[in-house]
Design a protein around this ligand. Structure first.
Ligand SMILES: Nc1ncnc2c1ncn2[C@@H]1O[C@H](COP(=O)(O)OP(=O)(O)OP(=O)(O)O)[C@@H](O)[C@H]1O
Length: 360
């Protein structure tokens, strides 16, 4: 169990600043996700924490103590490998034992430790099986058991389930969340999949080119993104962005076809803005409904319980997420409204959020 902190950590590789003055704290027993696009520095953060890389500046603390002078073995942080890989020629039990055998721990101590970990992860009954005979979920438990058997202070996972197919990935992440809660150990989890991060994390850090852009609970990041960059990274389908201006407390789209009361006191921002609207906050109504703008259906994507309706409006396509299966056809006219209490506003130039109060 451990608290982990990065304090103004920078790591360069030649000209590349892989990690740029990053600070964050992970609480004891927390499921902490690091999420960002490719090359944003996620793996480098893990390697710095493991002791496989040394920062150029800044400090890394475990339980308040700097570990910069300590090698990987002394830090005792476990890594669960990508795709939760097991050694295929060893039984599940031998896989779990392996890290202790490697460290030349006594046979009696190994047996006791494996038994304890197997009980925690409910895998005692499958230790005799070979990896090929295990289900995906069982393999995952064995891989985690192997990471935990040497009693690490925390464990790390680098995109552990990215190679699984979509269905299995969903099941696996639910299971992972449950296991982590049961084990009550600090887990730092890297992913480039926003849905995965949103679904498992207690808190998540969002990276952009080696910088932390926001750290918070997933719901808070979704509801109150600090910037346009963050808003676009979380949520699927992604947030709609509509260019325009603020005039007298109202948003006005660039072509003047949509105005919205912003209703949050006078927003004083003369420069151009982007209005951010989540697809579930766009309403599709009958054409010519009072107070609705007129738009044309562009494409309809039924997903079963929900339908994604793309509409053409103001020279661009806005996506709406509609409950059920509306009977709509491309080119058909519809009414369009946006829930004003749920919109976001970003400065066009910097992308910074202009208000971030709780949404209704
Ligand atoms: N050992 C290295 N030598 C040189 N450059 C490196 C090294 N490790 C990482 N980098 C560079 O640092 C940057 C961050 O890489 P990193 O692997 O941390 O990103 P990432 O977010 O994990 O990416 P991905 O999602 O693609 O795995 C990249 O530009 C990468 O090319």
């Amino acid at each position: 169990m451990a608290r982990i902190a990065f304090v103004n950590v920078t790591k360069r590789f030649g000209e590349t600043v892989a990690v740029d003055d990053i600070s964050f704290e992970v609480a004891d027993n927390e499921f902490f996700c690091i999420f960002g696009p490719p090359t944003s520095g996620k793996s480098t953060i893990l390697r710095l924490l493991l002791g496989l890389e040394t920062p150029d500046s800044g400090d890394i603390l475990i339980d308040g103590r700097s570990v910069l002078g300590e090698g990987p073995a002394r830090r005792n942080i476990a890594m669960v490998f990508q795709n939760l890989a097991l050694f295929p020629h060893m039984s599940a039990g031998d896989n779990v034992r392996f890290p202790l055998v490697e460290r030349k721990v006594s046979a009696a101590a190994i047996a006791a430790r494996v038994e304890a970990v197997a009980a925690k992860l409910h895998i005692a009954h499958i230790l005799h099986k070979m990896p090929a005979q295990l289900s995906g979920g069982e393999r995952q438990r064995v891989a985690i058991a192997r990471a935990l058997v040497r009693e690490p202070v925390a464990y790390l996972m680098d995109d552990p389930i990215s190679a699984l197919d979509a269905r299995l990935r969903e099941e696996t992440r639910v299971e992972l969340k449950r296991i982590q809660r049961e084990l009550g150990q600090t887990l730092i989890y890297v992913t480039h999949d926003q849905e995965e991060a949103m679904s498992v994390a207690d808190r998540m850090a969002i990276l952009e080119q080696g910088k932390v852009r926001q750290i918070d609970r997933p719901e808070a990041i979704y509801d109150r993104p600090a910037s346009r960059y963050v808003a676009r990274l979380v949520g699927s389908p992604p947030i709609n962005l509509l260019p325009g201006r603020v005039r007298e407390g109202r948003f006005e789209s660039e072509d003047g076809r949509l105005t919205l009361p912003l209703g949050r006191g006078p927003i004083d921002h003369a420069a151009p803005v982007d209005l951010g609207v989540r697809p579930e906050d766009v309403e599709i109504l009958a054409p010519e409904t009072d107070g609705a703008a007129t738009a044309a259906v562009y494409e309809v994507e039924p997903l079963g319980g929900f339908t994604v309706v793309d509409v053409e409006f103001s020279g661009q396509v806005l996506r709406a997420m509609v409950r059920g299966q509306p009977r709509l056809k491309p080119k058909e006219p519809v009414g369009l409204t946006i829930r004003p209490e749920r919109v976001h506003l970003f400065a066009r130039d910097t992308g910074a959020a202009l208000f971030r109060e709780a949404r209704g």
